[in-house]
Design a protein around this ligand. Structure first.
Ligand code: PGA
Length: 241
């Protein structure tokens, strides 16, 4: 049988601990790991646990961090900046030097050049050692909106109505930009280890499709089934029975 079986835990707090355990193992083995880092609500518990562990000895400060996605046209000091969210939740609390962070510059007019520069930086890092990801309500990874297949590169995308709606929960009505830059499926699926964190009953149907139905561009996360080292951590609400 193909498919992926999640590690199921009680709720979001337990998912944060389980994800931090898995991420902590990668960091202990390689304190300078290249890590691509999701924002969104889901990984925030995980990042808090990692920050606690950093204060009690986990060596996080040497990580090389890559931004997963960003809204086009949003400045770093805008409250909607995903770069800023990553800084507040991950880079700062884990004591990572800002010079070790590769960002997606959402203000630069030449998107092709920005994406090519990002791909070059990932290549220079030897690829991602670890991808920390959440699951979109439409099955996206980063902003690889459906349809996206395994080869979809780092690029600009138009956000789907589902992503606009889900992101409205962060920023309020009418404040979600319509386009975004995203790390490509090609780079994410080449990560040596993937930790996908999924919580809440709103993700239940899409998680089941992603893990159990044949991989399809209509559910980009479903391609993780073909990835050699993906850990899915789901809470009971997201996986159900
Ligand atoms: P969420 O977002 O963690 O806020 O649910 C996940 C995503 O859209 O990728």
């Amino acid at each position: 049988m193909t498919g992926l079986t999640p590690t199921v835990v009680d709720g979001p707090a337990a998912a944060g601990v389980a994800a931090a355990d898995a991420i902590g193992s990668v960091i202990e083995a390689n304190p300078a790991a290249a890590v691509v880092v999701a924002t969104g609500r889901t990984p925030m518990d995980t990042y808090r646990v990692l920050a606690d562990r950093a204060t009690s000895g986990l060596e996080t400060s040497r990580l090389r961090v890559f931004q997963l996605d960003e809204y086009v046209g949003v400045a770093p000091d805008d409250d909607r900046s995903l770069s800023g969210w990553m800084d507040r939740s991950f880079v700062g609390p884990l004591g990572i030097d800002p010079s070790s962070v590769v960002r997606l510059d959402a203000l630069a007019p030449d998107h092709d050049a920005i994406c090519a520069g990002y791909e070059h930086a990932v290549g220079m890092a030897g690829g991602f050692d670890l991808a920390i990801l959440g699951l979109g309500p439409n099955g996206h990874l980063g902003f690889n909106e459906p349809p996206s297949d395994q080869t979809s590169p780092t690029r600009v995308v138009d956000l789907t109505d589902e992503s606009l709606a889900s992101n409205t929960a962060y920023w309020g009505p009418g404040r979600v930009p319509s386009r975004a830059l995203t790390a490509g499926m090609d780079l994410l699926l080449a990560a040596r280890r993937v930790v996908l964190i999924v919580t809440g009953d709103a993700k239940r149907d899409i998680l089941r499709r992603a893990l159990t139905e044949p991989p399809t561009p209509s559910v980009p996360a479903s391609f993780l089934q073909d990835h050699p080292d993906t850990l899915v951590i789901a809470d009971r609400a997201a996986w159900g029975r």
